[in-house]
Ligand binder design. Sequence first.
Ligand code: ADP
Ligand code: F6P
Length: 321
Amino acid sequence: MKRIAVLTSGGDAPGMNAAVRAVTKVALSKGMEVFGIKRGYMGMVHDEIFQMDGSHVSGIIDRGGTVLLTARCSEFKDPKFRAIAAENLKKRGIEGIVVIGGDGSYRGADLLAKEHGFKVVGLPGTIDNDIIGTDYTIGFDTCLNTILDAMSKLRDTATSHERTILIEVMGRHAGDLALHASLAGGGDGLVIPEVKEPIEMLAYQIKERRRQGKLHDIILIAEGAGSVFDFEKQLKEKITTDVRSIVLGHIQRGGIPSGFDRVLATRMGAKAVELLENGEGGVMVGIESNALVTHPISFAWEGTRKYDIKKDFELAMKLSK
Ligand code: ADP
Ligand code: F6P
């Protein structure tokens, strides 16, 4: 394969640039030509495709966001627009595409491959860690560290005022960010969509902590479980401590990518090029037990997750008492 393209799609994630860099540099080193597609599938449809050389990826390994820009493109769900996108790729002789994004982006890639014969490789780029077929996604670790930083700061003020602070964190439908933040940041309560517990449990936990003389409570709420303000309202009917709520929001998507995310992205980017070089497509790259693995791209929506989130939830609950 002589010509490949790379794009970032869906929500941006720290480390996407490291993946773009690895794809580009490794492909160039193998004598391939590399094309960058701007704004994900939007740029594929609207022909925003440009040839890349080393200078396009110089100095980006430590930059958050994505230099290729990203977008959500509902047009791509329509086969008519995928045909236009395919034409834009074919007229440049592009045969392989590396798609860095979440499972939505993989679905688009899968359809493009099946309908128009491209070889596609999906790399998991999302802060949510919600992709089946990989233990970790690119961006999750950096985002987790951003949440941990916020928790430390919020704990200072929570203790001084003896308050209960509820923090809503991202994750879409997944509770991984909230759960890992609780484990790593010493959370005092946790609500995730994967485990349904009555609000009375959380209220009881807070009252118990105060009975033991604790001066604050830092409670993590995964956005997929519901709005932090609804939880605040319900809690206020059951506890007497002063409650404040914060939605951490898009600050969680930015920042200098962690070493872990950069290494993960670099290894995965290199693997994607190797796969395309060998003519393999229709796959996603994951990391399992610290080894790179591949699965059919549809594994992201058809496969079963190995991670036992409920077990870690129990651990987090044990430690938050
Ligand atoms: P993520 O990739 O992070 O899961 P989205 O679900 O928003 O993010 O998907 C990103 C983009 O992938 C969408 O804007 C759309 O262009 C494309 N996409 C998502 N689902 C499909 C689908 N079923 N068919 C075709 N394209 C899709
Ligand atoms: O998928 C990444 C993510 O940040 C989710 O955690 C969140 O639900 C969503 O994207 C937010 O999307 P937007 O950037 O469109 O507000």
